[in-house]
Design a protein around this ligand. Structure first.
Ligand code: NAD
Ligand code: ZN
Length: 247
């Protein structure tokens, strides 16, 4: 049985899920903005921009090492589990795009997902095209000079910084064109292009009736709240486990 507190998913629906830092908040990982946020004491341009990397790579590595440490200690929460369960039920009709760089969705059992802003436990070279590689090392005192690629370039976190192009955009756009339900969880709706996904979905109208139902879940209204069919206000870990009625 479904009720008004649930999202009904019918047999022809394709579900596109976008998650942000809020989905990992109940796992103890800090979100970016606000009190206690990751940006407190750090300027975005110092730790999450190509310019910051050029100026002070050791500082950048300290920041991402701190985040690697925190993510290694964190466990998936009921929100990650509810999404993995939904994927299990829907199979190919489910797609997850996360802005998060932690691996909590995978550890909860999600498989059909992309990390549009990169992955915390991968590194790459800042100069050559070698494939990104798995890297769980924590560098707190390491001199950037020690982290050299064979090509002479420097090894950097495989993270999409401000001013860089998000990963997997072709796949994301394909899935945006396929979806009939969009669920956005725990993101403030200010970082582009993710903040526009709901608008792109809303533009898919046929004869005046929207084909895509769009929902947001989080304790606060995001900056783009008015674009959603409905906002479910609450913590992801409390709302998501009871949110879906798969018909
Ligand atoms: P954010 O910190 O801007 O917003 C977090 C959102 O989560 C807020 O809207 C908050 O209300 C919500 N929230 C808090 N607790 C919640 C809970 N229990 N359940 C559900 N929602 C909860 O983070 P964001 O919107 O994800 O930021 C956008 C993206 O920008 C980030 O994912 C990140 O990839 C990117 N970014 C990256 C860097 C970097 O280090 N490279 C820096 C800044 C932003
Ligand atoms: Zn290289």
């Amino acid at each position: 049985m479904s009720n008004s507190k649930q999202i009904e998913i019918c047999e022809n629906d394709h579900v596109f899920v976008l998650t942000g830092a809020g989905v990992s908040a109940e796992s103890g990982l800090a979100t970016f903005r606000g009190a206690g946020g990751l940006w407190e004491g750090e300027r975005v341009e110092d730790v999450a921009s190509p310019g910051g990397w050029k100026r002070d790579p050791e500082r950048v590595w300290r920041f991402y090492s701190m985040r690697r440490k925190a993510a290694l200690l964190a466990e998936p929460n009921p929100a990650h589990a509810a999404l993995a369960k939904l994927e299990h039920k829907l199979g190919e009709r489910y797609f997850l795009c996360t802005q998060n760089v932690d691996d909590l969705h995978e550890r909860a059992g999600s498989r059909n997902l992309v990390h549009m802003h990169g992955e915390l436990f991968q590194s790459c070279c800042d100069s050559c095209t070698r494939e990104p590689f798995t890297d769980k090392r924590i560098f707190c005192q390491t001199k950037a000079e020690q982290l050299r690629c064979e090509c002479g370039g420097h090894i950097r976190p495989n993270i999409v910084w401000f001013g860089e192009v998000p990963f997997h955009m072709d796949r994301i756009i394909e899935e945006l064109h396929r979806c009939t339900v969009m669920l956005v969880v725990g993101t403030s709706g200010v970082v582009q292009p993710a903040a526009s996904f709901v608008h792109w979905a809303n533009e898919r109208y046929t004869g005046g009736s929207a084909v895509v139902r769009t929902y947001y879940v989080g304790p606060e209204h995001p900056a783009n709240a008015e674009a959603f069919t409905r906002v479910f206000q609450g913590k992801a870990g409390e709302v998501l486990p009871h949110l879906f009625a798969v018909l």
